[in-house]
Design a binder for this molecule. Structure first.
Ligand SMILES: C[S@@+](CC[C@H](N)C(=O)[O-])C[C@H]1O[C@@H](n2cnc3c(N)ncnc32)[C@H](O)[C@@H]1O
Length: 324
């Protein structure tokens, strides 16, 4: 088990070191968890991805939130406190906060490991009348535990997990995660969960490998993050971005493919890693689901699915779950 570091920054660094040792040192498939894609530049590149014509996901999510925010919020009577897991810049969350603020003042806790994203989020949403923004720079569950300790006793919590970030979890991890989220909520709390639905494979592949190369830069920037934080000497030119569709697993995988055999030194971990030509570092999975899958997943956290909204243009669902 990992020891708790004294500060969130130290804890983050310890986890990065441990994840890189585990993910790159072993004999099998090399892997780096997708959370390390989001340093300052990575967060800015993710925002840029959300404007790409090929990446319809964010716009679909925003259409649903813009059109149905009042209906979503209307299902939860009484005063509401809002928290959001992996808020990023929080651009889409405005619609939900505005709908809640019509009923009364509220506090919004964006939770993210990216300080740059939280700064943008506080700028974007801190201007809304009747909304107090209190950013929490933590990983999902530590951040949610903090919200559980701080929340107003008589308020309901509406927890947001938008944009299909749940799709980055392996299915077993997603079930454990929903259970852990459920344990931190109270009966009557709401959980708005975004999921990206199955769609034609060429559409999916284009969304994760755009012709401008923005997604490629987002993926390759992970290596720059390791160079900076772990004093490594990755050469991004020695790797190529690749998006793959796994039909069996119903997921897009992002990989960094080694262009030619070479060795990388990670001085911060006292490691040298040999990369063979064509082997890959697997950096992200994005699972695609059917709309019925969410109600099944919700049961693992003690949630019932109250309602679902689906975008017609880009199959994407927002599901409002209620903690039993
Ligand atoms: C795919 S982006 C989604 C951003 C935004 N919610 C949206 O829908 O556009 C994922 C966000 O989650 C954050 N994130 C990734 N792993 C995290 C973790 N373990 N704990 C907290 N935040 C995390 C990233 O920094 C990033 O802002």
């Amino acid at each position: 088990m990992r020891s708790e570091a004294a500060s969130p920054i130290l804890a983050f660094h310890e986890e990065l070191a441990s994840d890189i040792r585990t993910g790159l040192a072993g004999p099998g498939q090399k892997m780096i968890p997708s959370r390390y894609l989001y340093d300052d530049l990575g967060s800015a590149l993710f925002d840029a991805i959300s404007f790409l014509p090929e990446y319809g996901l964010t716009r679909a999510d925003e259409r649903i939130l813009r059109t149905h925010a009042r209906d979503i919020v209307g299902r939860l009577p009484g005063p509401i406190t809002v928290a959001e897991l992996g808020s990023g810049s929080g651009r889409k969350t405005r619609w939900i906060l505005e709908a809640i603020a019509r009923r009364g003042s509220t506090t919004y806790y964006p939770i993210d490991i990216s300080r740059a994203a939280l700064t943008r989020c506080a700028l974007e949403l801190g201007q809304l009348p009747s909304v107090r923004v209190e950013p929490i720079e933590r990983d999902y569950l530590r951040g949610l535990s903090e919200v559980a300790a701080r929340r107003g006793k008589s308020d309901r919590l509406l927890l947001l997990f938008l944009g299909s970030t749940i799709g980055n979890f392996e299915p077993a991890q997603a079930r454990d995660f929903i259970r852990e989220v459920g344990e931190r909520l109270k009966p009557g709390d709401g959980f708005l969960l975004g999921t990206d639905l199955l769609k034609p494979v060429p559409t999916l592949l284009a969304a994760y490998d755009d012709p401008l190369g923005v997604t490629a830069a987002f993926n390759l920037n992970l290596l720059m993050h390791l160079n900076r934080d772990l004093d490594a000497d990755f050469d991004p030119g020695s790797f190529a971005h690749e998006a793959r569709w796994s039909a069996a697993e119903r997921r897009i995988e992002m990989h960094l493919v080694v262009r030619r055999a070479h060795t990388v030194t990670i001085r911060g971990l006292d490691m040298r890693i040999r990369f063979e030509e064509r082997e890959t570092i697997w950096t992200e999975s994005s699972y695609k689901v059917e709309r019925e899958d969410t109600a099944r997943l919700a049961k693992h956290g003690g949630f019932d699915c109250l309602s679902q909204w689906v975008d017609r243009e880009w199959p994407f669902a927002e599901s409002l779950l209620l903690r039993r």
